[in-house]
Design a protein around this ligand. Structure first.
Ligand code: NAD
Ligand code: MG
Length: 362
């Protein structure tokens, strides 16, 4: 069972991946996250599926309570942050408490921000239960909440004390979420490791059947790629930006489609369009677009923007840029398996609006 050791400027921790690793939770908590009172945070769906089991494991390490919030991105909010922090206060979780985040990326980000801020910061252990959370959101220490101005606009960096990714928990995950999470695994291959990209396509049938060995292999490799990139650049000043490949357009598409597209689905479409733009600008190798499309098709993921108009996408990118107070920038590929940088080691590029439009038209 692979354990990936991650070392960042602000600390080091283990990410353990495999079938049945949840059983190690009591030992992990005692070893790296001792606390007098554990606050398990889960959305209602995941609490219903796995709350009792996780509670039993956590209770073996110390006193604990399970705190629930309603499932869904709209609950990655200040209102839920307040409710959770107040409930933890009522339950008597103190400075020597700790959080156990059990769930997908919404839970990881919300519980992570609770942990980052409660009593000026208490430790957290992440137990991701979606493919997306296992390969992406549980690693790297970004936590956050959405506001009416956009996603993740309030947040903090708060690295976990440990991450435990038990791939058997994915058996209950809806198929569409399995596929969408694998889009981020494809992205990791696209920016850093061509053979990983190809393995995801090759293992497609087993991955979609939630086969534990196949998932363990793909999640492990994706985690290793993300961890290596983040370790180099924890605060996203440089190369970490390559992980945003597909996301400039993906975020715009998510915003415009009113959350009818899952994040991973939108990122897949974004990768294709951004590769097209990169090719037109002479940064990305010819043929990359077709390779990306083939990988996404293999997983049954969309590759085109569907009914969303190019004008609306351009508008969404402009307002995102305003919110972020900068210019619209793209992470591009040099070719499949390698991210592009310019001669000054910049990992993001500006693109003229007409090139972006042409890329979106396909
Ligand atoms: P999610 O947490 O909402 O989970 C998706 C749905 O699946 C939810 O309805 C949930 O209740 C359900 N679910 C979760 N695990 C399940 C299981 N094992 N069985 C059955 N149902 C299950 O969404 P997500 O896709 O995991 O994460 C998306 C979020 O992650 C976004 O808010 C995004 O901004 C964030 N994110 C954060 C980072 C980061 O670095 N912090 C990176 C990528 C994405
Ligand atoms: Mg993403």
């Amino acid at each position: 069972m692979p354990t990936i050791h991650v070392r960042f400027g602000s600390g080091a921790y283990d990410i353990t991946i495999g079938a049945g690793v949840l059983e190690r939770l009591p030992d992990v908590l005692r070893a790296v996250c001792p606390a007098s009172h554990y606050a398990i945070i889960a959305d209602a769906t995941v609490a219903g599926l796995y709350g009792a089991r996780v509670r039993k494991y956590v209770a073996a390490a110390g006193a604990c309570d399970l705190f629930r919030f309603p499932a869904g991105e709209q609950n990655k909010s200040r209102a839920q942050w307040e409710a959770l922090a107040d409930s933890m206060g009522d339950a008597g979780v103190g400075r020597d408490g700790a959080v156990v985040a059990l769930g997908g990326g919404v839970t990881g980000d919300l519980a992570g921000f609770v942990a980052a801020t409660y009593r000026r910061g208490i430790p957290i252990v992440q137990i991701p239960t979606t493919v997306l959370a296992m390969v992406d959101s549980s690693i790297g220490g970004k936590t956050g909440l959405d506001t009416r101005h956009g996603k993740n606009l309030i947040g903090a960096f708060h690295q976990p004390a440990a991450v435990i990714a038990d791939v058997t928990l994915l058996r209950t995950l809806p198929d569409q979420h399995v596929r969408a999470g694998l889009a981020e695994a494809l992205k990791h291959g696209a920016v850093a490791d061509r053979s990983h990209f190809q393995r995801v396509s090759l293992l497609r049938d087993r991955l979609l059947a939630v086969d534990a060995d196949a998932l363990e292999e793909i999640v492990s490799r994706s985690v290793a790629i993300k961890a290596a990139v983040v370790a180099e650049d924890e605060r996203e000043r440089g190369r970490r930006a390559v992980l945003n490949f597909g996301h400039t357009i993906g975020h715009a598409l998510e915003a415009v489609s009113g959350l009818t597209l899952l994040h991973g689905e939108a990122v897949g479409v974004g990768m294709v369009a951004e590769a097209r733009i990169g090719t037109a600008l002479g940064v990305t190798a010819e043929g990359t677009v077709a390779e990306l499309q083939a990988g996404l098709h293999a997983l049954g993921l969309p590759t085109t923007r569907g009914p969303v108009s190019v004008d609306r996408l351009m508008g969404a990118m402009r307002s995102d840029k305003k919110v972020r107070g900068g210019t619209v920038r793209f992470a591009f590929l040099r070719e499949l398996g390698e991210a592009a940088s310019d001669e000054d080691e910049n990992w993001t590029f500006e693109a003229p609006a007409d090139a972006v439009r042409a890329g979106l038209h396909g």
